[in-house]
Ligand binder design. Sequence first.
Ligand SMILES: [Zn+2]
Length: 167
Amino acid sequence: MTVDCDGKLHPQALEGIHLFNAGEFFEAHEALETAWRDEKGDIRDLYQGILQVAVCFLHITRGNYDGAVKVYGRSMKWLNDLPDVCREVQVAKLRNDADAVMDELRKLGRERINEFDSSLFRPVVLNEKREWTCDRCGARMHEKNCKVTCPNCGNRFDCSDLNIYFD
Ligand SMILES: [Zn+2]
């Protein structure tokens, strides 16, 4: 399966992610569902995956252990097949964060779900769209999944090589 991960997020998906990051999991679910209904093609998997993580977190905040476990399983069905970054969404990070949430939930168990530490609900992170200028010839460079290439002289680098200086 190849998902078209270039290009922009549906505006309602972006809205959904903002709501998700504000801890408004129910509203996030609704916005992502709108994006999912509106969009064509496999990119819907991305929206469905984030949506299910939102529902999973919502279940945890409402003390619904079995619901959270069930929906988490569904969310990973969508997210596992996606590249680590898709439409600028850091999918790998989302998978890891959701894993950490479930590890903690399983540790607490059904009885102590109310003690869940909500600081483990990490935000969905979007890569910044950056503009790249070729340091050899000054042309505007193209970026695709962190591979930056100059259409003029062929200069290329990987943007993740640069991130080490910012972290
Ligand atoms: Zn160049």
